[in-house]
Design a protein. Structure first.
Lengths: 166, 126, 340
């Protein structure tokens, strides 16, 4: 019973951290002309969860973070972008976990971030009913690679520090 | 099994590298044309369309307003009103949209302009 | 594994971020656009009360339009035209605009004449039925054109029977002045309004820099030059704004020269006036366009109170010295400066 509560608290803490990162990221001016597309820094927690939690826990945390995060954004379609991006990211990283070891976590995060942006573009093209948004795919793939690598490295550092083994 | 996983890892590295390079290259190519990529079509204060003019091939948009209409033409990264039902056709005379002024069809309350991509100019006279 | 300090840290950061996001959601700039006074009007307003101030400014512009639109049968101008031959009571606003237009008429030797309306109508600029009137008709109509015959009193105006007025050459400028006044009343210190070819800037941009106001190139697509200004009004009159092509293939534009009733053809294709009052700048831009470079220069020397930028038909830019420091040439046209 204690273990369950402890686990739930740990997950809640992780979700809160993801939420905070998401909210702070909202203050960063939007570099992409496609409204609502964000860097996806909160996926650092998603990456961590892919390696350190059950897939069901990771999915739950993602959903909670996306829903709560929508309260802080002034843009209603931001919820759909977050959801879409986060889902693509999670679904992509879970299978990759099998071939990318934890000490190369950053590589998995790269794919996660690129998929996150793909998810957002997909949402944008469906919401705006135009395929023209795919015009911005190259810079989003590039920023995905860079952001993914950085957040992945950050997650790796956290794991190294918080766990004595490995 | 171990070699399979290792093969997978190498593939993953290669794929990530390809993504990075293609993203970088693609972005460079995109930066070549000017910053005026997004055009808004408004009726009074309401945005009817947001057009990414460099992402379109040739396209026509017909906008009706009561008995009148405006036919927008998007081609080669430019946009103009190619035909209109308004009496003086000022909007058609303005030809392709340039950053100097929005294309306006007063009788039909239609405005076509570049979106908030700030190009350093706050207002245009003349 | 979870220690108290960690929780405190999380709480602190979350409070901080909530604070941050409440600051971010308040947009410091409000932009709106609408159609009025026969043109597209765009407002960019900075400040906390930007949205409410902008709405008030829009209402003021609509109010000025309802007073001065010559095509609105309920406007004061229409009333004046209908009751020509009688003294009519008018508002402070209309009185101000008529006085300013008449004064500019006098200063410019009649280059601006608000009683030109019958001639403008004959050409079709008010109806859309464009045609080239014959000389005899124009001469007859010109007999009823004389700004000096308009008599203004305290909230009154007298227009002789058979005459018609049109405040189109000055009303937009006045609307710009009034819009800025309303913005100021609502606590705004930084804003820019564009009313077709008129621009009115209140204060400087946020950050203290000047507004970058571009002047359209009369010969080509794109901008001809930049003027970096603060707290100023900029109005341009050009022969490329409203025109029709006659059966002879020639272009006939809407700025009629009261001297002969034909579109002004005195060497200027674009006249830009800058100054404090939108009303004066608007009236002067029409007058200067009609006067031509030589007479305009004389007026600038004698009267002052404004700066100007002229573009001649042989593709030269003439600048008065007050604009030299704020002028940036974006074209390949030659620039000459007029010094006092």
């Amino acid at each position: 019973m204690n273990k369950k509560i402890r686990r739930m608290t740990e997950l809640a803490l992780l979700t809160a951290i993801a939420l905070i990162i998401f909210v702070v990221e909202l203050q960063i001016p939007n570099l992409s002309p496609v409204a609502g597309v964000k860097l996806g820094l909160a996926n650092i927690i998603t990456v961590y969860a892919v390696y350190r939690c059950k897939w069901s826990e990771a999915a739950l945390m993602l959903l909670a973070r996306v829903l709560l995060g929508s309260f802080f954004s002034s843009n209603p379609s931001a919820l759909l972008y977050s959801l879409s991006g986060g889902t693509f990211c999670l679904l992509g990283m879970l299978p990759l976990k099998k071939i990318i070891p934890i000490n190369r976590l950053w590589l998995c995060s790269v794919f996660g971030a690129v998929l996150h942006n793909l998810g957002q573009l997909t949402a944008a093209s469906l919401i705006m009913k135009t395929a023209a948004v795919w015009f911005y795919l190259p810079p989003l793939v590039l920023s995905g690679c860079i952001a993914g690598a950085l957040t992945g490295l950050a997650a790796q550092l956290v794991i190294k520090r918080t766990e004595k083994i490995k | 099994m171990k070699t399979k996983a290792k093969k997978g890892l190498v593939l993953a590295y290669i794929l990530a590298g390809v993504l990075f390079l293609s993203g970088a290259l693609g972005t460079l190519l995109l930066l070549m044309p000017h910053k005026m990529n997004i055009v808004q079509v408004l009726r009074d204060d309401q945005i009817l369309y947001t057009v990414y003019i460099n992402a379109e091939d040739e396209r026509f948009i017909r906008i009706d307003y009561g008995d009148s209409y405006n036919l927008l033409e998007i081609k080669d990264g430019k946009i103009r009103v190619s035909e209109a039902g308004c009496p003086d056709n000022t909007c058609v005379k303005m030809s392709w949209l340039s950053s100097s002024a929005p294309i306006v069809c007063l009788p039909n309350h239609l405005v076509i302009k570049f979106a908030s991509d700030y190009d350093g100019i706050d207002a245009v006279v003349g | 594994m979870i220690k108290k300090p960690k929780w405190a840290g999380v709480l602190f950061v979350s409070l901080l971020s909530i604070l941050l996001c409440s600051c971010g959601s308040e947009s410091p700039v409000y932009q709106t656009g609408f159609v009025a006074m026969d043109t597209y009007i765009a407002l960019t307003v900075y400040g906390k009360s930007a949205e409410s101030a902008a709405k008030a400014a829009k209402e003021e512009v609509m109010r000025i339009e309802s007073l001065m639109s010559a095509t609105d049968p309920d406007s004061e101008v229409s009333k004046i035209n209908e009751m020509a031959g009688e003294t009519v009571t008018i508002s402070d606003d209309t009185e101000k605009v008529i006085r300013a237009a008449l004064e500019t008429g006098k200063e410019s030797g009649g280059a601006l004449d608000i009683t030109l309306r019958p001639v403008i109508t004959e050409w079709g600029f008010t109806t859309g039925n464009y045609k080239i009137p014959d000389e005899e008709t124009l001469d007859n109509l010109l007999e009823k054109v004389d700004y000096r015959s308009v008599k203004v009193g305290d909230n009154t105006v007298f227009l002789p029977f058979g005459e018609q007025i049109d405040l189109g050459a000055a009303a937009k400028g006045y609307a710009g002045d009034r819009a800025v006044a309303v913005l100021k009343e609502n606590g705004v210190e930084s804003a820019i309004i564009s009313l077709g070819g008129n621009v009115q800037a209140l204060g400087a941009k946020i950050g203290g820099t000047s507004w970058n106001i571009a002047v359209n190139n009369p010969f080509d697509e794109g901008n001809m030059c930049l003027l970096k200004l603060e707290n100023a009004s900029v109005v341009t009159s050009g022969n490329y704004e409203r025109y029709f092509e006659g059966e002879d293939g020639k272009r006939y534009h809407h700025i009629i020269d009261p001297a002969d009733g034909y579109p002004a053809d005195n060497g200027i294709v674009s006249a830009t006036i800058t100054g404090e009052s939108g009303l004066k700048c608007d009236a002067l831009s029409t007058a200067v366009f009609v006067m031509g470079a030589e007479k305009a220069e004389k007026l600038w020397r004698e009267k002052g109170g404004f700066e100007m930028l002229l573009v001649t038909e042989d593709k030269r830019i003439i600048l008065t010295e007050g604009l030299t420091d704020v002028f940036t040439n974006l074209s390949d046209m030659e620039v000459s400066e007029i010094k006092r």
